[in-house]
Design a protein around this ligand. Structure first.
Ligand code: COA
Length: 335
């Protein structure tokens, strides 16, 4: 995980996109037995944005990418690589190539990373490896998810949490390295705590006895909320601490804590465990809910556009979710 002595990188621009349709907790209470009070006190969420029928994930990913490209003032043809972190792609073979075509990044290689709410951080760390080896110089990393397509809207345990969105950053090679270090972990033994699994046996499954073929379909999001909660508040602080120790940084060196936006109580507990004051924790959960791979780049873009992030600020970014996967990336801001 050492990133010193190698080629440097920094984030030169950010962008994000959210669907227009806004669904409040009150709207949801008309669909499932819940209330604004229950949702807000348990999660900090007030409303979320959901994709409309005529939009697809590539539309959102495109808008976020285009904003990042405009902010960076770079021609898409100068991109070497596009990493699309998504778990709700519109093509199981990968959707990144559709994004590549839509933004006209004809010289870029493009591939997907499927790691749900950790997808963006894994994507950013992966992209950084290509820069550190000297293979690529300009990379677009996009986190986009439309989990509204995979939520069981009759399940009040899950449907209240998720929203749709996309966020993007452009990572560029530089002489000085601003991507200071990272820490990634996976615990596949607990994969069933949060999943959208393929099921052989389903209402519409296809059987062919002559060929010995059975085809099923994907189910809705299944989650053990309590277990996922416990996982996040125990593993994420550990991961952040490990990363800080490796970099010989202390909590006092930290300017901002940007966590995957899953639940305000999770954010508060992680910050408390790390003794990071709440004014350094950036949150937009109230407006968008959990947008999976998109949550970190959206909140990063908003903080950037609002002018919160100053050059040389040290930022902890941490993601966690299905897999179970979790990880920390510590960067120095420089645009
Ligand atoms: N509205 C009203 N009541 C609800 C409800 C809803 N939307 N969802 C669950 N309840 C009920 C339960 O049925 C339960 O009722 P009971 O006591 O009669 O059985 C009660 O509220 C408490 O449910 P519980 O599951 O214990 O609530 P909780 O305090 O654990 O909060 C979550 C539930 C989902 C908000 C919480 O566990 C959580 O946020 N977990 C992490 C999920 C997450 O972030 N996932 C994504 C990670 S990337």
């Amino acid at each position: 995980m050492e990133s010193s002595m190698m080629k440097g990188a920094h984030i030169i621009a950010t962008g994000s996109a959210l669907p227009k349709k806004c669904i409040s907790n009150y709207d949801l209470s008309k669909v499932v037995d819940t209330s604004d009070e229950w949702i807000y006190t348990r999660t900090g969420i007030k409303e979320r944005r959901l994709i409309s029928e005529d939009q697809c994930i590539i539309d959102l990913a495109y808008q976020a990418s285009q904003k990042a490209l405009d902010n960076a003032k770079i021609n898409p043809q100068t991109l070497d690589l596009i990493v699309l972190a998504t778990s709700s792609q519109n093509d199981l073979f990968g959707s990144a190539s559709q994004l590549q075509a839509k933004i006209g990044a004809t010289n870029a290689v493009a591939f997907d990373i499927t790691a749900a709410c950790s997808g963006f951080i894994i994507g950013l760390i992966t992209a950084n490896q290509f820069i550190q080896t000297g293979s690529y110089k300009k990379i677009l990393i996009v986190g986009a998810d439309i989990l509204s397509q995979w939520v069981d809207w009759s399940d009040r345990n899950t449907c209240i949490l998720f929203g749709d969105g996309a966020g993007a950053v452009i990572l560029q090679a530089s002489k000085t390295n601003f991507i200071l270090g990272f820490q990634l972990d996976t615990n596949g033994l607990e994969a069933n705590k949060l999943c959208i699994s393929y099921q052989q046996e389903s209402v519409q499954s296809y059987h062919n006895n002559t060929l010995g073929i059975k085809q099923g379909q994907y189910s809705y999001i299944k989650m053990n909320g309590k277990e996922v909660y416990k996982f996040a508040v125990s593993k994420v602080p550990e991961s952040i601490k490990k990363c800080l120790i490796q970099l010989q940084l202390s909590i006092d060196d930290i300017s901002w804590l940007i966590l995957h936006q899953a639940n305000q109580r999770i954010l508060d507990t992680i910050a408390e465990k790390l003794c990071i004051p709440s004014d350094k924790v950036i949150s937009n959960l109230q407006c968008y809910g959990n947008t999976s791979a998109a949550s970190i780049p959206i909140v990063l873009d908003e903080a950037n556009q609002k002018g919160y992030l100053k050059n040389n600020d040290i930022i902890i970014i941490a993601g966690f979710g299905a897999g179970l996967t979790w990880g920390t990336l510590i960067i120095k801001w420089y645009t």
